[in-house]
Write a protein that binds this ligand. Structure first.
Ligand code: PHE
Length: 482
C-alpha cells in the first residue's frame, strides 16, 4: 500500500488497453513520472467491472435484450465489486482521491440461514445468531465431554485439559454439567422489556436437526481473510472510486475504442482499434503496451504474442457470477425484521440475499436478490431477464413473504454474458498457477499484462491495483536502464 514513487522521468509513449481500475492505476502512476499514456477503452465509461447500476443504467447481454434500470433516484447496486477489506490498497487510493467511504456490514447476525431438503429444518428461516449458538453449543458440548472422558489422545496435562474445557464451556455457553441447553445468544421468542417483562428465550433445536441443517457450513465464509468485518464501500456506489481515478486520467482515455489487433516489433507496439462512433479503423503506436483486457476477451483478439504467451492466455478459465438488484417500495427487512445490512444465505439457487448497507430508515430500498457463483450463476444467467426476476422473487419470497407485495423493479447481470468481460473474475487452478501464470506475469517483449488476473488478490479491485503498480515499477526500471 501507500504512495508509489517512481524516481526519474520519462516521456515514453505507453498504450494502455482498458480503462478499468488496473489501466487507470497504470496511467495515473506513470503520468506522475512524465509518461505519455493513451488508454483505449471500448465502452463509453471507465471502471470496467467496477460498475454501479442506478436509474438509467443500460446493458444488453450477449444474446439478450436491452435492460434499462428503472430504479428510483438514489437507489443503486454494485453489479461488480461491492465490498472492500480494510487492508486493501483500494482504500489508500480512495483516501488520496477524497472518496468518502462507509461501513459495508458483511456480517449481520440478524440475517438468516435458509436451506431446503435438510431434514427437520428444511424451509425454516433461522436467524444466524440462533444457528451459531446451537452449532457452537453442541460442538463444544461434545468436545468438552470427549476431553473429560479421555476419549481424545491429547498431549495435555490435566490442568491444561481443564483450561480447554473452560474455554469450551464459554465458547458453547454450556451449563455446569457441560450440557448445551440453549443460550441467550440465540435470541428470544419474546424480547425482554420493562418491569416484569423477562422475555422468553428460544429453545435450542435438536442436535440431529442442527447437524442435518448444514448451517455450520455457512460460517466459514465470514472468517475468510478477505471477508472479515470491518469492510467498507464508497458512499453512493462502488464506481465513485473508478470515477475518482477517471478524473485523474480523463485526458488520456479514448472511449468507444475497441481493440482489433495488437502488433509489436522490436522497437514498438501498434494497436489497431475500431472507433465505435464512426466505425473507422484507427491505430495508435507506442513504446510499450500495458494490456488489462480480461484473458477471456484477450484470447479472441488478434495479436502477435509469443507462442508461450498466446497459449497461456488461451488456457485460463473465468468464474461465473451473477447479481440481481430488486427495488422494493418499503424496507420491510428493516421495518418488520430488524435487519440492517448483512446477508441471508441459502442452498436455493439464489445463494444469498444482501440487505443494503446504506441509507437505513430510507423509505424505499434495493436488495441484492441474488449473488450467485458457479453453476447457480450459470443457471440464472441462462434465463431471460424476466425469468430471472420471477425466479429471484419466488425463491426470495420463501424467506421474505413481503416480496410480492412490495416489489417494484429489477436489473440483473450475468458476467459471462457481458461483452468486454466474459466472466466474473479469473479462476486459476493450482496447476495454472504453476504452468501458465509465470508466463502471464512476464513481459512479452514490449507488452505487459495487468489486472486482477495478474495477482494473488483475484476478484478484487486491489488485485488490479497491485498488478498495475508492479507493472509500472518494472516498466519504469527498464526504461531508466535504456
Ligand atoms: N471479491 C468478490 C466478493 O467479495 C468475490 C469473492 C467472493 C472473493 C468470495 C472471495 C470470496 O464478492
Amino acid at each position: 500500500g501507500g504512495d508509489l514513487t517512481l524516481s526519474g522521468r520519462s516521456g515514453k509513449k505507453i498504450i494502455i488497453l482498458g480503462a478499468g481500475i488496473a489501466g487507470m492505476t497504470a496511467a495515473y502512476e506513470l503520468g506522475g513520472a512524465g509518461y505519455d499514456c493513451t488508454i483505449l477503452e471500448a465502452r463509453a465509461r471507465a471502471g470496467g467491472r467496477a460498475w454501479t447500476v442506478r436509474r438509467g443504467t443500460t446493458v444488453t447481454e450477449i444474446g439478450g435484450v436491452k435492460q434499462v434500470a428503472r430504479f428510483d433516484n438514489g437507489l443503486y447496486f454494485n453489479a461488480g465489486p461491492m465490498r472492500i477489506p480494510q487492508f486493501h490498497v483500494t482504500l489508500e487510493y480512495a483516501r488520496k482521491f477524497g472518496v468518502a467511504i462507509e461501513p459495508f456490514n458483511n456480517v449481520n447476525e440478524s440475517g438468516y440461514y435458509y436451506n431446503e431438503n435438510v431434514g427437520e429444518l428444511s424451509g425454516v428461516k433461522v436467524p444466524k445468531r440462533q444457528a451459531k449458538a446451537d452449532v457452537k453449543g453442541y460442538v463444544s458440548e461434545m468436545l468438552a465431554k470427549a476431553v473429560n472422558q479421555k476419549a481424545l489422545d491429547l498431549p495435555l496435562t490435566s490442568e491444561e485439559k481443564a483450561k480447554l474445557v473452560a474455554f469450551l464451556k464459554s465458547e458453547g455457553d454450556l451449563n455446569a454439567d457441560l450440557f448445551y441447553k440453549g443460550s441467550e445468544r440465540a435470541g428470544y421468542i419474546e424480547e425482554p422489556g420493562g418491569k416484569l417483562d423477562a422475555g422468553v428465550r428460544k429453545d435450542p433445536f435438536s442436535l440431529k436437526a442442527i447437524i442435518n441443517s448444514g448451517f455450520g457450513q455457512f460460517f466459514s465464509s465470514e472468517y475468510s481473510y478477505d471477508q472479515q468485518m470491518m469492510m467498507f464501500h464508497p458512499v453512493g456506489g462502488m464506481d465513485m472510486i473508478a470515477k475518482a481515478f477517471e478524473k485523474k486520467v480523463s485526458d488520456r482515455i479514448q472511449f468507444h475504442a475497441e481493440v482489433q489487433e495488437i502488433i509489436q516489433s522490436t522497437d514498438g507496439v501498434r494497436v489497431k482499434y475500431k472507433d465505435l462512433n464512426s466505425g473507422a479503423l484507427k491505430e495508435v503506436t507506442g513504446d510499450y503496451c500495458i494490456c488489462t483486457i480480461p484473458l477471456s476477451v484477450l484470447k479472441e483478439i488478434k495479436a502477435n504474442f509469443s507462442a508461450e504467451m498466446a497459449t497461456a492466455i488461451s488456457k485460463i478459465s473465468y468464474a461465473s457470477a451473477g447479481k440481481i438488484g430488486l427495488q422494493f417500495k418499503r424496507r420491510f427487512w428493516e421495518e418488520d425484521e430488524h435487519i440492517f445490512g448483512g446477508n441471508t444465505l441459502t442452498n436455493m439457487d439464489i445463494s444469498s440475499i444482501y440487505y443494503p448497507p446504506t441509507d437505513y430508515f430510507a423509505k424505499k430500498g434495493l436488495l441484492l436478490g441474488y449473488y450467485a457463483f458457479g453453476a447457480n450463476a450459470d443457471k440464472l444467467g441462462k434465463m431471460t431477464v424476466a425469468q430471472r426476476e420471477d425466479y429471484a422473487l419466488s425463491q426470495g419470497a420463501k424467506i421474505h413473504p413481503q416480496y410480492f407485495k412490495e416489489f417494484e423493479a429489477s436489473f440483473s447481470v450475468d458476467w459471462k454474458k457481458i461483452k468486454y468481460n466474459l466472466g466474473g473474475w479469473v479462476a486459476y487452478t493450482a496447476d495454472d498457477r504453476k504452468t501458465y501464470y509465470p508466463t502471464l506475469c512476464k513481459p512479452d517483449g514490449r507488452i505487459y499484462l495487468a489486472g486482477e488476473h495478474i495477482s494473488y488478490i483475484t476478484a478484487w479491485q486491489a488485485g488490479a491495483i497491485e498488478s498495475a503498480r508492479k507493472v509500472v515499477t518494472e516498466l519504469h526500471e527498464r526504461v531508466m536502464k535504456e
